[in-house]
Ligand binder design. Structure first.
Ligand SMILES: [Zn+2]
Length: 255
């Protein structure tokens, strides 16, 4: 069966106050007719793809785009095909810390799937890419005739909640260099790339720490021969060395 989702609307970026994230609208996907790149949707049987296809849009995301805002209604689900989204806790003073990273293996938002109307979290595109977008109403309509999709969403929800719990412990117990190494490995897994479109600033927002601490941690990893740093990107040179510098949380989240 050909996979031909509708193409999402092209919208102009809009400014958003609070931090470096500023773009809040979906863009036009370039590869509208490519096979589904999201693991959950790609794994569906033909019959379930047939149920899903008339209701989805393929959209393009830009770094900094806010997909869900704190306490806003959860109206849509997103299935990343490339790039990476993170959910963040947001403090009153604007500081953030990432709670989970979502790539092509997952979907957004687990809380909506579990029945929540809103969540006290912000979901932001950290690395741009494409995604499949589906309204909450349509997902609820097709779930009863899509048992594989329902099972996959339940399975991912469990791992997502475990990821949030692990990040909470990690933030409290592990040092910044360990956490930087852990995040670089996770981002590489989710984007399936050794070239990570991350800046010192975006890492500091993910880890909820000072940018200077990120810079010092990256220098340690460069000296260990694990990574190299370029302009706006970080290259992973040696996974084994990087894993040696990371805390145990990477293994826990990867299971
Ligand atoms: Zn950790």
């Amino acid at each position: 069966m050909a996979w031909t989702p509708k193409i999402g609307p092209l919208s102009l970026p809009a400014k958003y106050p609070g931090n470096s994230y500023s773009v809040v609208t979906d863009g036009l996907a370039q590869n509208a007719h490519a096979p589904p790149g999201n693991g959950i949707i790609a794994g569906l049987p033909t019959e379930e793809l047939h149920h899903l296809q008339p209701h989805v849009q393929r959209v393009s995301w830009h770094r900094g785009q806010i997909l869900l805002e704190v306490a806003a209604p959860l109206d849509h689900f997103y299935f990343p095909e490339s790039g990476m989204v993170c959910t963040f806790a947001v403090m009153d003073d604007g500081r953030t810390v990432a709670l989970a990273a979502i790539g092509r293996e997952g979907f957004l938002d687990v809380a909506a799937f579990l029945g929540a109307e809103s969540v006290p979290l912000r979901a932001v595109v950290v690395i741009g890419g494409d995604a499949i977008k589906l309204s909450r109403v349509e997902l609820q309509r097709i779930l009863p005739v899509s048992p594989q999709l329902a099972a996959s969403l339940r399975r991912y929800s469990s791992s997502y909640l475990a990821q949030i719990a692990t990040h909470g412990a990690c933030h409290a117990l592990h040092n910044v260099p360990q956490r930087v190494a852990c995040w670089l490995l996770m981002v590489g897994d989710r984007t399936n790339s050794d070239l990570l479109a991350l800046t010192h600033e975006s890492l500091s927002e993910l880890l909820g720490c000072r940018r200077s601490s990120v810079t010092e941690s990256l220098a340690l990893l460069v000296n260990a021969g694990a990574i190299r740093c370029g302009r706006g990107q970080i290259g992973v040179l040696d996974h084994e060395r990087l894993a040696q510098q990371a805390c145990e949380c990477y293994e826990a989240i990867s299971k």
